[in-house]
Ligand binder design. Structure first.
Ligand code: NAP
Length: 234
């Protein structure tokens, strides 16, 4: 309904927008009236997200919006800077909502983990959060705009998980970075928060062996994994 469009004038930048959680976040933000800049390493997946958002424009009270997709590797400093420039050029303003969902896992026991798997996961899951948070905050501060930056961490960043030293370290880093950014950026009217999802059914967890998933599900009080949309029984 039009009265529920809390984000009617917001421009939202979502990274990992072609993936399970990033796409669901994009759909939700657009459903609340935001225009979405859907960004992903997989340009075709980001375009598909925008196609879905435009389809939702037929629903009552929901604008088709001028959603746009961007192909980007957010672990690259130059690419991330260019992304913010492109988004601002496209929409004539910086994004006031930024949700960093881009992420990967390269699981292996600590005793066997390669340096490359360590570096790659830290680059995509943690360095990208630094790059996107910094570039978005700089754009907001220089335009004297307020905003909200949301970084997707993981419950694994708090409790650890066998086979995920790289992933757990990256996600713990996201929490520390975001808490510090919140302290620095609050005076500019920019809120920073991290979200720590539990296990969610997405392409990322579809790669996890079933016997590992069975163990995980055994620890979940509801007895099943969550869905990106947050439905109770999916
Ligand atoms: P997903 O479906 O695999 O989506 C992640 C998306 O990020 C993919 O579209 C991926 O593109 C993209 N991506 C990867 N590297 C990138 C890069 N360098 N630059 C830009 N985009 C990049 O995973 P998801 O489950 O939705 O996860 C989203 C976020 O939630 C991640 O940060 C993840 O760690 C976190 N999380 C997930 C769970 C869970 O259980 N699923 C739980 C807690 C936290 P490609 O497909 O081309 O790689």
């Amino acid at each position: 309904m039009a009265s529920q469009l809390r984000l009617r004038s917001a421009l939202a930048l979502v990274t990992g927008a072609g993936g399970g959680i990033g796409r669901a976040v994009s759909v939700r933000l657009a459903g609340e009236g935001a225009t979405v800049a859907a960004c992903d390493l997989d340009g075709a997946a980001a375009r598909e997200t925008v196609r879905l958002l435009r389809g939702r424009g037929n629903e009552e009270g929901v604008s088709r919006g001028a959603h746009a997709s961007f192909q980007v590797d957010v672990s690259e400093a130059g690419a991330t800077r260019r992304l913010l420039e492109q988004v601002q050029a496209c929409f004539s303003r910086p994004p006031s909502v930024v949700v960093s969902c881009a992420g990967i896992n390269r699981d292996e026991f600590l005793l066997h983990m390669s340096e490359d798997d360590w570096d790659k996961v830290i680059a995509v899951n943690l360095k990208s959060i630094f790059l996107v948070t910094q570039a978005a905050a700089q754009a907001l501060v220089s335009s004297s705009c307020h905003g909200s930056i949301i970084n997707i961490s993981s419950i694994i960043g708090k409790v650890g998980n066998v086979g995920q030293t790289n992933y757990a370290a990256s996600k713990a880093g996201v929490i520390g970075l975001t808490q510090t950014a919140a302290r620095e950026l609050g005076r500019h009217g920019i809120r920073c928060n991290s979200v720590l999802p539990g296990f969610i059914t997405t392409p990322m967890t579809q790669k996890v062996p079933q016997k590992v998933l069975d163990k995980v599900i055994g620890m979940i009080p509801m007895g099943h994994m969550g869905s990106p949309e947050g439905g109770l029984f999916m």
